[in-house]
Design a protein around this ligand. Structure first.
Ligand code: COI
Length: 355
């Protein structure tokens, strides 16, 4: 089993390398906020470029009650992780990809954005300042949450006059309470995550609060999360509340094409490359809901989620079940990806950035 074998590989290492670690019980991490020491803050005005940021002690920030983000949701977020290598070093996974996605999203949301270098350097500074919170190998990762918000005041609907780029960090482990146990998803006929011409492809904060209601209804019914269909035809698979979706059929791996309504996940993109490298034929296309019927495996991907196997999908009262046993494609992809992220496997793709 991939998760436990990774654990075993990590276990024998000398603890002395990690003496700098914070004194907490690393076995109790889930995916909830554990405040760390520092956050990074950089500000600029509309029509300016970001220039100089700084580290501050982690804490509350002051915002105008009429700030663009509080009133009109003018904000983006990102998520990326720093991993502790067995030799004590720290690796980031594809931080330039997050920087690029934030730049693209900022353009859609009428905000200035940090340059790729500013973004990546700010992430590195945040990790170094909080390095005692990067979990020991095998215990999780330090999740970095960059935010870009309209922080200046507006009353009429318009882009805010001032912007804040901020990064905070929290050590995390598994996203779902299920851990690596299979998820049970439900397709919701009533709610949709995004619409054509909207912002589904952008990591705007306003894509996430609207899924809280369908997500909590699903949880109350005993499901792990919701799998959304497209809003025009109500026929094609889109994504789960916090992650992308993949189906396995023989040598083919299918995932919905990112055509404006689906978030172009960085883990999604990495899994597509790894799967192709393994010889699978990956199809990015529209996937009708009927494709769930004869899929052998289904799994989710995301920065927070990593790779999570799906045990069942329920649609209009019918429950489709999937293979989640040993030797599955999702387990193989999970251990390959996490091997690269944690520095245990060779990084042939050049995805990791050492701090
Ligand atoms: C991530 O995977 O990093 C995300 O941003 C999803 C979030 C809803 C936890």
């Amino acid at each position: 089993q991939a998760a436990s074998s990774l654990q075993e590989v990590f276990e024998p290492s000398s603890s002395s390398v990690y003496e700098e670690n914070a004194d907490i019980n690393w076995d109790e991490l889930g995916f909830s906020l554990r405040p760390t020491d520092y956050m990074y803050i950089m500000k600029c005005s509309k029509d300016e470029n970001f220039s100089q940021g700084e580290l501050n002690r982690y804490g509350n920030i002051e915002l105008s009650p009429s700030s663009g983000v509080l009133n009109y949701g003018q904000g983006l977020f990102e998520g990326l992780k720093a991993y502790r290598r067995v030799d004590g070093g720290i690796l980031l996974f594809r931080p330039e990809e997050n920087a690029r996605r934030m730049k693209m999203g900022a353009e859609r949301m009428c905000m200035p954005s940090p340059s790729i270098n500013q973004f990546v350097n700010a992430v590195k500074e945040t990790v170094v300042a909080n390095k005692r919170w990067v979990p020991p190998p095998g215990k999780g990762s330090l999740y970095l949450r960059p935010l870009l918000i309209g922080s200046g005041p507006v009353l009429g609907l318009a882009p805010a006059p001032d912007y804040t780029f901020l990064i905070y960090a929290s050590p995390v482990a598994n996203y779902f309470k299920e851990g690596f146990a299979p998820l049970s998803l439900v397709i919701d006929d009533e709610f949709h995550r995004s619409t054509p011409g909207g912002t589904g492809h952008v990591k705007t904060i306003s894509n996430y609060a609207p899924v809280l209601k369908p997500q909590s209804q699903a949880k109350n019914r005993g499901f792990s999360d919701v799998l959304y269909l497209d809003s025009s035809k109500k026929k094609y698979l889109e994504e789960v509340s916090s992650c992308n979706i993949f189906l396995v059929k023989g040598n083919s791996i299918l995932t919905p094409a990112t055509q404006g309504t689906i978030l172009a996940g960085i883990t999604r993109k990495s899994i597509i490359d790894l799967a192709r490298d393994f010889g699978y034929q990956v199809e990015e296309r529209q996937i009708p809901v009927e494709d769930l019927i004869d899929a052998e495996e289904v799994f989710c991907t995301g920065t927070a989620v990593v790779v999570a196997p799906v045990g069942s999908v329920t649609y209009q009262g019918k429950r489709f079940e999937y293979n989640t046993g040993a030797g599955t494609v999702s387990k193989k992809l999970y251990s390959t990806l996490t091997g690269i992220q944690t520095g245990l496997s060779e990084d042939k793709m050049g995805w990791t950035v050492e701090i």
